[in-house]
Design a protein around this ligand. Sequence first.
Ligand SMILES: Nc1ncnc2c1ncn2[C@@H]1O[C@H](COP(=O)(O)OP(=O)(O)OP(=O)(O)O)[C@@H](O)[C@H]1O
Ligand SMILES: [Mg+2]
Length: 256
Amino acid sequence: MALLEIKHLVKNYDGEVTVEVLRGIDLKIQKGEFVAIMGPSGSGKTTLLNCVATLDQPTSGSIVLEGENPHQYNKNRLADFRRTKLGFVFQNYNLLAPLTVIENIVLPLTLDRQKPAVMIKEAERLMGELGITHLRDKRIYQLSGGEAQRVSICRALIHDPSLILADEPTGNLDSKSANSVMELLTSMNKERQVTTLMVTHDAFSASFCNRVIFIKDGRFYNEIYLGANRDEFYQKILTVLSHLGGRSHELLQADY
Ligand SMILES: Nc1ncnc2c1ncn2[C@@H]1O[C@H](COP(=O)(O)OP(=O)(O)OP(=O)(O)O)[C@@H](O)[C@H]1O
Ligand SMILES: [Mg+2]
């Protein structure tokens, strides 16, 4: 059984006119995969991720994670599902700026009613694994973008989620920081077998994944798998993007 199975996902936004954003997406993701979603601006990438994240409700179709369809849950059960099964990494990090790194990482655990000493030990262990122990007592506003994103990845992993959802995790970073964030996501994916679904505009970031799914106008367009070689994969991604259209300056970043 796939870890995540999306069946004919449709999402419309109703207003004066109905906007059809996702027009029937079918997608299976196996445990341990690292998948990128790419497509032109407005093609529905964030909407797709938000539906999987349970932050948005599908119009029709189903999303099943490890046999559970969270969209059928009531508010409390849904909040629990989101907190324990999913890990979020956002473009703008979503960390609490006045708090320290360790405080931010411990925060998701505070709802589990564990003893503070146990929570801190767990957070410190994970920080060690991710190589960010030296940032422990810094406040978020003292961090660089790349450091902040590594902290947010640590926070996302603290509950050992079934699925990490990342929307443009390298979107605000220069190429060097983007590289270190992608290396971290890749090593977590390999070592911890954490399944990761990432939206990105950036072909270089996508080339760290095992599979890239392209969507266009709310529909599946194409997918390619990593072969023997990441450079070749990167070139293939660029080729599909050039056929995909959209505003090319958003799709291809020339500084890599
Ligand atoms: N709450 C909403 N109400 C109405 N329309 C929306 C809403 N959210 C998104 N849309 C529309 O849905 C379409 C897809 O938006 P989405 O944010 O999923 O695109 P995207 O592929 O993530 O684009 P980008 O690459 O620019 O981030 C867009 O046309 C957008 O205007
Ligand atoms: Mg988006």
